[in-house]
Ligand binder design. Structure first.
Ligand code: BGC
Length: 449
């Protein structure tokens, strides 16, 4: 089988609120995540991102460790409210300086930065003005993107507009499980639409002032019908349209999948055609975040999609209750090419939370299930490459254990263990294994575990 192409980038990913801490340092404004986590009852143990991995103060050591493991690329996000404390208007030079130092440190270590502009931590001041429900949000985002492009485009060659707009809309506006915590069927499509307008506005601006590459990152969870019955097939179509196509279709095809009208029923608005011209901007690449699949059946009692997932009795499930299904990653990559054409792809996130034993006396953290997960998914990527899909890199989620949003600190996705009391970092067995994969450009995947 063909291996990984020349220039294929191996790396890891994180996001600002999950690792940085220092929510008030050097003029940073509050984000909706600061507010959400500080509202009692939202996170299981009352956790917040106030300290997280203290990356704001430890980024040089973290980058040195990335280098030691051989990372070639690092995807991280900018905290919008660090740069623009009120979301619009005055720029906070200290916020820009933090990211400037971070980027310099990466480049000095030969690690390529991939910068995500928005990974869910909207400035709280913008939420007060309606957040993603306000049509002005597209312009707010483009204005913020301009500040970032002007400051960093000389050094950053890979930009991402949004991370996983589906999660923002579904969790933040439909189900209320993440910030800003709304539960409203009418709001969700509006938030999604404005997120996509914001994406389009930032890409359009980048074409005027940027010199490198920009793309969108989506989470894709392929849906497989639980049976051949018409009802189950239709349910899995609805689920796929809602989760996977609601964002890629407008961005790449300029329209929404027709199933969404049925999914949202009376809550589906009529859209202005000119919006799609803005949303559909040619992108340089697409980032795919893949964790699991879903086997879906029709369920009349399900309040929203009238669809329900079917648990697979023989499968392994992660600590977040996600089925381990590497074939779904190959299927996803082939599906993206088939539906949207030959766009360069990155796997911008892939990884798993499993129970990790504490650091042993010999200094090791034995996490064989995570290694097995990563190995099988990398083989799945290689299979898609062999089938001709243009895949340019793989970024493991995550570099280190961090705040898993509403699940708090108990769910560990890192290949580096973090002791949250002492802030000590310890590469897990999976990190050492991944370092070998990188050093051999994927050849060592052939070795069984
Ligand atoms: C997000 C990450 C998150 C990971 C694991 C993705 O949805 O982009 O921020 O930690 O999945 O849940």
């Amino acid at each position: 089988m063909r291996g990984f192409p020349e220039g294929f980038l191996w790396g890891c990913a994180t996001a600002a609120y999950q690792i940085e801490g220092a929510p008030k340092a050097d003029g940073k404004g509050p984000s909706i995540w600061d507010r959400f986590a500080h509202t009692p009852g939202h996170l299981p143990e009352g956790e917040t991102g106030d300290v997280a991995c203290d990356h704001y103060h430890r980024f040089r050591d973290d980058i040195a460790l990335m280098k030691q493991l051989g990372m070639q690329a690092y995807r991280f996000s900018l905290s919008w409210a660090r740069i623009l404390p009120l979301g619009t208007g005055a720029v906070n030079p200290a916020g820009l300086a933090f990211y400037s130092d971070l980027i310099d440190e990466l480049l000095a270590h030969g690690i390529e930065p991939m910068v995500t502009l928005f990974h869910w931590d909207l400035p709280a001041a913008l939420d007060d003005r309606g957040g993603w429900l306000n049509r002005d949000s597209a312009q707010w985002f483009a204005d913020y993107a301009r500040v970032a492009f002007e400051a960093f485009d000389g050094r950053v060659k890979k930009w991402v507009t949004l991370n996983e707009p589906w999660v923002v809309s579904d969790g933040g506006y439909l189900r209320g499980t993440i910030a800003p915590g709304h539960k409203n069927r009418f709001e969700a499509p509006i938030a999604s639409h404005n997120l996509m307008r914001a994406h389009g506005a930032a890409v359009k601006l980048y074409r005027e002032i940027g010199r490198h590459e920009i793309g969108l990152v989506v989470n894709i969870e392929p849906k497989y019908a639980a049976s051949n019955s018409n009802a189950d097939v239709a349910a899995s179509r609805r689920a796929a349209a809602y989760m996977n196509e609601q964002y890629l279709d407008p961005a790449l095809l300029g329209s929404y999948p027709p199933e969404l009208r049925e999914v949202f029923n009376g809550a589906w608005p009529e859209w202005d055609c000119s919006d799609f011209e803005l949303i559909r901007q040619p992108v340089d690449f697409l980032g795919v975040n893949y964790y699991t699949r879903s086997v879906t059946r029709h369920d009349d009692s399900a309040w929203f999609l009238k669809a329900a997932p079917v648990r697979q009795p023989l499968a392994t499930y992660t600590e977040t209750n996600w089925e381990v299904y590497p074939q779904g990653l190959t299927d996803t990559l082939l599906w993206v090419r088939q539906r949207y054409g030959d766009i360069p792809l990155y796997i911008t996130e892939n990884g798993a939370a499993f129970f990790d034993p504490p650091v042993a006396e010999d200094g090791r953290v034995r996490d064989p299930l995570r290694t097995d997960y990563l190995r099988k998914h990398l083989l799945a990527v290689r299979e898609a490459i062999a089938a001709g899909v243009d895949i340019r890199g793989y970024l493991v989620w995550s570099f280190m254990d961090n705040l898993e949003w509403t699940l708090g600190y108990a769910k560990r996705f890192g290949i580096v263990h973090v002791n949250f009391a002492s802030q000590e970092r310890t590469p897990k067995d999976s990190a050492h294994w991944y370092a070998k994969v990188i050093a051999s450009h994927g050849e060592s995947l052939a070795e069984s575990l």
